[in-house]
Design a protein around this ligand. Structure first.
Ligand SMILES: Nc1nc2c(ncn2[C@@H]2O[C@H](COP(=O)(O)OP(=O)(O)OP(=O)(O)O)[C@@H](O)[C@H]2O)c(=O)[nH]1
Ligand SMILES: [Mg+2]
Length: 228
């Protein structure tokens, strides 16, 4: 399987070079999809030979959707630019897709552990919120996932294109899982460890992200199962 690695990036100059150095050898094509960085991230990506796409600036979801349209290989792996993920897990994600005949494989932080889910009240709230969403998805579709929000994941490109993703922001991750389930696609997971971001600043706004996620959850939960 050919692999397109997609790295959504917004002002990640502090970490992008190291992320590219350690990950590009696992992919046949590397796309850095940039959300209007002003810190030289785009230039770093170009210098490293990545294909650079510039999204509409509406958020991470807009970036991933552009990369899905543009990917040249039959498998896509999404990985953040902040050093939170171990590029050595890329072949494991792709192998799970192939060996277990799955359409989407999520890197589960419950199975692999996370350095970002404990240590402060804000992190605890974030972890609890993620679990509530997860429980709702598991209940609605009768499955047993342990993580539906991690951005580190692999999906078959043709499936990703047919999902009709619409989210522009951070709700894209849940939307991808839920639309896969609506269409009867096979969703699985493997354990992947999540590290603290290695530098730069978080782009996640905890106040604005939850309404988006809840809206997506309610809207998609009401949709019947249907063919793609
Ligand atoms: N293309 C694009 N990428 C984005 C945008 N917003 C965030 N990203 C990238 O999406 C990835 C995830 O964003 P983060 O800020 O790390 O979000 P997070 O992992 O939930 O938050 P932290 O745990 O604090 O790191 C990072 O690689 C960001 O640079 C955007 O608008 N467009
Ligand atoms: Mg991050």
């Amino acid at each position: 399987m050919g692999v397109t690695l997609v790295i959504p990036t917004k002002n990640e100059a502090a970490t992008l070079q190291a992320v590219l150095e350690s990950s590009m050898s696992y992919a046949d094509e590397t796309i850095v999809v940039d959300g209007g960085s002003s810190d030289g991230s785009k230039e770093i990506a170009t210098a490293f030979g990545a294909r650079v796409l510039v999204d509409s600036g509406d958020g991470k979801g807009a970036g991933l959707r552009l990369a899905i349209e543009e990917a040249g290989e039959d498998t896509m792996v999404f990985m953040d630019a902040d050093g939170s993920h171990d590029p050595g897990d890329i072949p494991r994600l792709v192998a799970a897709l192939q060996d277990r005949d799955l359409d989407l494989v999520i890197g589960s932080r419950i199975r692999g552990g996370s350095d970002e889910w404990s240590g402060s009240f804000g992190r605890f709230v974030r972890m609890m919120g993620s679990h509530m969403i997860l429980i709702a998805i598991n209940y609605r579709w009768g499955i047993r996932l342990t993580d539906c929000q991690n951005g580190f994941r692999a999906i078959r490109t043709d499936v990703a294109r047919r999902l009709g993703l619409k989210e522009k922001g951070f709700a894209i991750e849940q939307e991808m899982v839920m639309r896969c389930l609506i269409h009867g696609c096979r969703v699985g997971e493997i354990g992947c460890h999540e590290y603290e971001r290695r530098g730069g600043a978080s782009k996640l706004n905890l106040v604005t992200v939850w309404p988006d996620i809840l809206r997506t959850l309610i809207m998609l939960s009401l949709q019947p199962r249907r063919e793609m």
